[in-house]
Ligand binder design. Structure first.
Ligand code: MLT
Length: 395
């Protein structure tokens, strides 16, 4: 028997597990008591009332003969897919058909699982720094990866170049980890590039609900030509606080065809074979978040996190620490002061301010010398964390 040898090419532990382990050891040492977590992008606001009511009534239904639901459709219940299509039309003017939408337990799983429909010889392009899932899942399959450097010079938004030869291109906008977001014109360049080479863009839109700027698209399908080259991944995790409930969705347009095959059909085949769908109560809760009352409530939570991001941005400006993000995104990507390396600054922040960040080097070589903070904590903790950071800087 043979194990998958490609696992030897990835880090032994996943980035956020490593961060959690270091924090656990720090707390066990008794050195700090009131640690404020601004590392992993996990939300703190409770799910909205509309979602709670939907969960309760779906649970009640499940306890009745008429309302019981067994296996659901692998692609997701039509009521949720219709609601997602309606949400797209309302928020970004994009028209989708329900059979192009696939409900899942979150964007992370789909971003990894989608690779089942692509050959292993495809060359993959990712930006660096990058959400580790795009890299690790491809390394596990032995694919060649090209890294496109993101830095202050290009606004952390790499663009296609004539000599780029990539079959699969991952784009995340607003970006995790840098918080930078592509404009319409920039995304148009990527779409034109992909269409001209027959490449496929895997577009991670998990942070679309944080966008404030008019010229930043919320969906890649706002861009002309995207329906023939892009798959979009989105999630209720950050939009509606579902990190613990688990629900997301992937859009594979009918017009996306490679080698004469509709990728939508391949993905459906993959999902019906390997996935049994998301539970009925969770899908009802997700639907509630996109309807009038639920949507108004989740927008309040997003405004809450954006207020945190503003407080953080003001602090970094005051300290004179170069940063990006925080405007269309819950992430702030900060240059480490005094030329410190990422893990070095991570340790200073943890030990001296009891604040947890994520070391930028964990997102790729170009992330060295940066750390990432999330705006997902409470107002009180965010203000306190910024106060402590100012204090350590003045010492
Ligand atoms: C992050 O912190 O980058 C995200 O929370 C990770 C994720 O969504 O899986």
């Amino acid at each position: 028997m043979q194990i998958n040898k490609h696992y030897q090419d990835i880090e032994e532990t996943y980035l956020f597990s490593e961060v959690a382990e270091r924090v656990r050891k720090f707390l066990a040492s008794g050195a700090g008591t009131s640690v404020i977590k601004m590392g992993i992008g996990d939300v703190t606001r409770p799910i909205c009332h509309a979602a709670v009511e939907a969960l309760k009534s779906a649970a009640e239904e499940m306890g009745t003969e008429e309302g019981f639901h067994g296996y659901g459709p692998e692609q997701g219940y039509e009521f949720l897919r219709d609601e997602i299509a309606f949400y797209y039309e309302r928020t970004s003017g994009v028209k989708l058909f329900a059979d192009e939408i696939f409900v899942s337990d979150g964007a992370k799983s789909d971003l990894g699982n989608i690779l089942d429909i692509f050959g292993n010889d495809n060359v993959v392009a990712v930006t660096d720094p990058v959400y580790p899932v795009y890299v690790d899942t491809n390394v596990m399959a032995g694919r060649k990866i090209i890294k496109l450097q993101a830095n202050f010079e290009n606004g952390f938004l790499p663009m296609p170049s004539e000599d780029l030869e990539a079959d699969i291109i991952y784009l995340c906008s607003p970006n995790n980890p840098t918080g930078a977001a592509y404009t319409k014109a920039q995304l148009q360049e990527w779409v034109d590039f992909a269409n001209s080479r027959g490449s496929v863009i895997l577009f991670d839109a998990a942070y679309e609900s944080f966008i404030s700027d008019e010229d930043v698209p919320r969906s890649i399908y706002q861009i002309e030509g995207a329906r023939s080259c892009a798959i979009e991944f989105c999630s209720f995790s950050k939009t509606a606080g579902f990190t613990g409930l688990r629900c997301g969705y992937t859009i594979v347009p009918a017009g996306l065809v490679r080698d004469g095959v509709q990728l939508r059909k391949m993905w459906l085949r993959r999902q019906t074979t390997k996935f049994n769908g998301v539970s009925y109560p969770i899908q009802r809760a997700a639907q509630a978040c996109l309807r009038e009352q639920g949507h108004a409530e989740i927008l309040e939570n997003i405004a809450y996190y954006k207020e945190n991001a503003k407080v953080m941005a003001e602090t970094f400006e005051e300290l004179g620490w170069p940063y990006t993000g925080g405007k269309n995104s819950p992430y702030l990507w900060v240059k480490c002061p005094y030329d410190m390396k990422s893990w070095e600054f991570f340790d200073v922040l943890l030990q001296k301010a009891n604040v947890v960040s994520t070391p930028g080097s964990g997102f790729g070589e170009c992330g060295e010398g940066y750390v990432r903070f999330t705006a997902f904590n409470t107002h009180e903790n965010t203000i306190e964390a910024m106060k402590r950071i100012r204090e350590i800087d003045s010492k």
